[in-house]
Design a protein around this ligand. Structure first.
Ligand code: NDP
Ligand code: KPL
Length: 306
């Protein structure tokens, strides 16, 4: 099935980044942001900038779509903390052939989506390599990164190809992965390390990759994620770890990951998806994860003091 119309749920760093790239390559009306009515009212008069240029992409409250035909593709780009609410909004957008791709970090969002909408049109994916910062209504980035995705066991044949064909036309950098499960866990390992370290210390990509305490925390937290992944049957390697560290070292040293942006903006973080998930799995497999336990407590402590 050819994808013509994409809805994006989540108009923050990642949603704006890929939505604006797609809108610049496609005809008007091909990209629409959709949100619940209360959020739409809250943001109605926002002036959103992307690298200094105003973003005027169509944005609709979900109630404006009743009776409309379903979208061909839904890109989910909210934080995990509001996934359930985003899925309620998606009910009005999804039809029998709607493809779904989640750019949320962590290893759980696709399973939660599939419990509601099925696996047939849902793929597994990660967004990585960008230096996107969205604060005070402006997205800035120099590297767009890319979306890596692939079929889950029960994804219908053809769904990955349809999304790839659309991304090509939309100018969205992407790679189709033969082993997307491995990529998902590699990205998870990275987020467990870099997101939580920069949040806990108020650090940057530069401070976390320079020798010192932040770097030790970054690497130790990743190693614990690696141990848990292996216990789950995912063979993450030293090469995977090194590649992820190199990726962070290659982007703007002054940049900060999404969780550190949450610290600046006082937004509830995704710690449950990172240290929370590591601790949960570690308990099942009898693995010691002191670095992630410390990060969990420290991040919760910071959140509590806002
Ligand atoms: N930032 C990055 O560089 C990267 C982030 N990620 C992951 O992508 C996901 C999104 O992150 P990011 O873009 O940084 O997050 P942001 O906080 O920048 O943006 C999230 C957006 O989603 C909106 N939102 C929240 N709930 C809903 C809802 N129910 N319906 C519609 N919109 C909603 C928020 O609106 P409001 O402000 O009103 O709450 C906000 O505009 C996260 O899982 C993150 O870990 C992955 C790769 C890179
Ligand atoms: C990889 C990284 C750190 C940015 O590309 C990210 O996923 C995030 O900011 O959440």
């Amino acid at each position: 099935m050819a994808i013509e119309r994409m809805a994006i749920v989540g108009k923050g760093a990642v949603g704006l980044l890929y939505g604006s790239i797609a809108a610049a390559h496609l005809d008007a009306g091909a990209v629409t942001y959709v949100m619940d009515d209360a959020r739409f009212e809250r943001h109605r008069h926002d002036r959103t900038l992307i690298n200094g240029v105003q973003c005027d992409i169509e944005t609709l409250p979900v109630s404006a779509l009743s009776g409309e035909r379903p979208f061909d593709l839904i890109v989910l780009a909210t934080k995990a903390t509001s996934l359930d609410q985003a899925l309620d909004t998606m009910e009005a957008l999804v039809g029998p052939n709607t493809c779904i791709i989640s750019l949320l970090n962590g290893i759980r969002s696709e399973r939660i989506i599939a419990e509601r909408f099925g696996w047939q049109h849902t793929v597994l994916s990660v967004a990585q390599g960008m230096d996107a910062v969205f604060l005070h209504g402006e997205l800035t980035y120099t590297h767009p990164g890319e979306i890596r995705f692939g079929a889950a066991e029960e994804t219908n044949p053809g769904v990955v190809d349809s999304i790839a064909a659309f991304f090509r036309r939309a100018g969205i950098p992407h790679t189709v992965e033969a082993n997307i499960e491995h990529r998902l866990w590699t990205k998870f390992m990275l987020n467990v390390g870099i997101n939580q370290t920069c949040m806990a210390y108020g650090g940057t990509y530069g401070t976390a990759t320079a020798p010192g305490e932040q770097n030790r925390c970054f690497i130790a937290a990743m190693r614990e994620a690696m141990a848990v992944a292996r216990a789950e049957g995912i063979e993450l390697t030293e090469q995977d770890l090194g590649d992820m560290v190199d990726l962070i070292a290659s982007i703007d040293p002054a940049g900060i990951p999404s969780m550190a942006q949450d610290r600046v903006a006082h937004r509830r973080t995704e710690v449950e998806e990172f240290a929370g998930a590591v601790i949960h799995l570690a308990e099942q497999h009898g693995i010691l994860v002191p670095q992630n336990r410390w990060l969990y407590d420290r991040i919760r402590e910071i959140e509590t003091n806002w």
